[in-house]
Design a protein around this ligand. Structure first.
Ligand SMILES: Cc1cc2nc3c(=O)[nH]c(=O)nc-3n(C[C@H](O)[C@H](O)[C@H](O)COP(=O)(O)OP(=O)(O)OC[C@H]3O[C@@H](n4cnc5c(N)ncnc54)[C@H](O)[C@@H]3O)c2cc1C
Ligand SMILES: *[C@@H]1O[C@H](CO)[C@@H](O)[C@H](O)[C@H]1NC(C)=O
Ligand SMILES: *[C@@H]1O[C@H](CO)[C@@H](O)[C@H](O)[C@H]1NC(C)=O
Ligand SMILES: *[C@@H]1O[C@H](CO)[C@@H](O)[C@H](O)[C@H]1NC(C)=O
Length: 587
């Protein structure tokens, strides 16, 4: 295939196949135990099958409580033995090592079976669910009662407990904004306790409880959330139109767009010099339309297509030219546009914008988790059992007031070498730009912010040839985090992004005080959570050979890159204080 096959084109063809009547293997369990009938001698991983440091996380045992009583007993049993503990979820989507308990002989508490709806109060517009409930099921349960969850992340496979713990969000600058934790009005959380209280207690946090601001976004270090009550809104519909325009005014639009449209977002396609604007607003429930948002990349895809797509991408990475990579990006972008990115006006076909549909059909996507097991004939694109796409995902937010200057800097970097962006990041997916409002949550955003999300190629093994134009993403990340004081998304990113992050949270001290109260022995803490929270002076970076190639450090020495493969530690091109692995010469 001359010029290389586009990953997205392959995926699109494959997904197109499945539009009518396909099934799909759901993603695998993140917890695998080889003894005790699947309850002891365990490993835990994330949905990609690999943490950023590529190490395997071990634990002694796993518990699958089905009620709050069983959860209480599981926490008490571990706490009485002073064993480390950690909640993991059905698929554990966080890229960093959050789901890994401390040490090697801790206990994993899976929330897989804590997935019931406890109470729906349609009149008060309140829904209470157990924490392991999948976002898809939560919004369906709300809908059945005539209610809508106003905002959520875009991928429906997450659990409510997991997405809250990492501050997950959709896109909005209106009202309370897009972070789901803004809609939490009560929580029940099980924490360790002294022997006199049976080693574990349930703490009820109502809307006015002072600890709720810590518990809403907790990184899982306070205990296991048992139940969550969310404030819903009356069922509504949305009207979506996607418009592509030149990116000349991106710096101005990056703040303006979110003020204009309640659910607005933007996708910057740097190498194309274009922006895909999502013009997305609330409309009355009586507006005609039964639209569906079924984003192509998150549909079931034949395994063979995934493998072929990865092979094509590896060829392009290793042996491709900039021109070939950019041609592949262009083909992918065109193919996605031609299929309206997966939007349909009625669940079957796309007849034109606007696409009007119910909130629960428009706010999330991810049909690859909906179908029964089919023996891996098909899968979600990132299923680790398939040697298909394998990528990193960086996500960071910059204060709204500083976002225009950051966008202008990124454009300057692009203008120096637009083709570098075809390989340095996934140009087909672009930079997803979303809005998140300031929060009272201790580990939420302190200011109204713009969130930038990037996906890019990851090599299968640590020693493989580095990404082509790896310096592009490295410089953008350092610009956001260091020059513009940005915050890394707790559930995304590679280690180096978390360096110094906690110091940017004005209410971090308040959070740590609640942690000290709920879990004084740090049973729910791990090496990773301590490093991220700045406890015991640890650092999230891992410094050593090739560490910057892997995103484990920011380079300060050539050996942190891959000098033998031509990659040396050099200043950034626009943000010269950045230190990035630049390709200087083949050897
Ligand atoms: C394909 C994909 C799409 C995504 N889209 C978005 C998006 O649109 N917006 C966004 O903001 N993020 C997005 N994310 C990131 C995602 O929101 C976070 O990674 C989220 O934390 C994952 O939730 P999970 O249920 O898989 O939890 P996990 O990753 O399993 O857990 C995350 C943390 O929460 C803790 N935890 C889980 N349950 C509980 C509980 N009951 N009590 C206490 N602690 C608990 C865990 O211990 C862990 O520390 C996406 C991720 C993927 C893989
Ligand atoms: C524990 O699991 C690992 C794989 O994760 C396996 O290699 C090892 O043999 C198991 N140990 C026992 C005692 O079963
Ligand atoms: C809860 O999860 C279990 C285990 O995956 C599943 O069998 C069950 O159908 C789920 N229940 C609900 C209400 O979603
Ligand atoms: C790149 O080219 C070399 C030399 O022709 C070849 O050995 C290698 O397999 C190619 N890599 C990929 C991923 O196709």
């Amino acid at each position: 295939m001359k010029g290389g096959t586009s990953l997205l084109a392959v995926l699109l063809l494959a997904a197109g196949y499945l539009l009518h009547g396909g099934s799909s293997s759901p993603p695998p369990e993140p917890v695998i135990c080889t003894r005790g009938g699947g309850t002891s001698n365990c490993t835990v991983t994330n949905t990609y099958g690999s943490f950023p440091d590529r190490t395997i996380c071990r634990a002694a045992s796993v518990a699958y409580p089905r009620t709050e009583q069983e959860l209480l007993a599981a926490v008490a049993s571990a706490a009485s033995a002073k064993r480390k503990l950690k909640a993991a979820t059905r698929h554990s989507h966080s890229l960093p090592k959050l789901a890994c308990p401390g040490g090697r002989d801790g206990t994993i508490i899976s929330t897989e079976w804590l997935n019931r709806t406890m109470r729906v109060d349609a009149a008060a517009r309140l829904v209470t669910v157990e924490s392991g409930m999948v976002l898809r099921d939560l919004i369906e349960a709300a809908c059945a009662a005539g209610l809508s969850l106003p905002h959520s992340p875009y991928w429906r496979g997450l659990t409510i407990g997991g997405l809250l713990a990492t501050g997950a969000h959709g896109s909005s600058l209106w009202g309370k904004g897009s972070a789901v934790h803004e809609y939490v009005v009560a929580m029940r959380i099980v924490t360790p306790a002294p022997a006199s209280q049976g080693f574990a207690v349930v703490r009820e946090l109502g809307a006015d409880h002072p600890d709720l601001d810590a518990a809403k976004v907790s990184l899982g270090v306070l205990g296991v959330v048992s139940q969550v009550t969310l404030a819903m809104q009356p069922l509504f519909k949305r009207s979506v139109t996607l418009v592509k325009r030149g990116d000349g005014d991106l710096p101005a639009q990056v703040t303006a767009w979110g003020r204009l449209h309640e659910f607005g977002d933007m996708t910057w396609l740097p190498q194309e010099g274009q922006v895909l604007y999502r013009q997305d607003d609330r409309v009355d429930v009586s507006s005609p339309g039964d639209g569906l948002n079924d984003l192509l990349f998150f549909r079931s895809t034949p395994t063979r297509g995934l493998v072929a797509a990865r092979a094509a991408e590896e060829r392009l990475q290793e042996n491709g030219t900039d021109a070939a990579r950019c041609a592949a990006v262009r083909a992918g972008v065109a193919a996605a546009e031609q299929k309206a990115y997966g939007f349909t006006n009625d669940g079957a076909s796309f007849t034109g914008y606007p696409v009007v549909g119910y909130q629960h059909r428009m706010q999330t996507f991810g049909s690859c988790i909906d179908s029964p097991e089919d023996g891996l004939r098909t899968a979600c694109a990132w299923d680790p059992r398939v040697p298909g796409p394998f990528y990193y995902n960086s996500g960071f937010s910059v204060a709204l007031s500083r976002a225009p200057a950051f966008a202008a800097d990124m454009q300057r970097l692009r203008d120096l070498d637009p083709a570098a962006f075809c390989a340095g990041m996934d140009g087909r997916v672009g930079v997803l730009i979303r809005y998140v409002r300031a929060s009272s949550a201790c580990l939420g955003k302190a200011e109204d912010s713009v969130d930038f999300d990037l996906v890019y190629y990851r090599s299968r093994a640590a020693g493989d040839k580095p990404r082509a134009h790896a310096d592009v993403v490295d410089e953008i990340e350092q610009m956001a985090l260091r020059k513009y004081g940005g915050l890394p998304h707790w559930g995304k990113n590679r280690n180096s992004a978390f360096e110094g992050a906690i110091a940017k949270y004005p209410k971090a001290g308040e959070f740590l005080a609640v942690k000290e109260k709920y879990d004084p022995d740090g049973l729910f803490s791990s090496e990773w959570s301590d490093q991220v929270l700045g406890i015991n002076g640890g650092s999230p970076s891992i410094v050593g050979k090739r560490c910057a190639i892997e995103g484990l450090c920011v380079c300060s020495d050539d050996s942190h890159c891959a000098p033998e493969q031509g990659y040396f530690c050099r200043p950034g091109k626009v943000y010269t204080e950045a230190r990035v692995c630049s390709f200087l010469r083949a050897q």
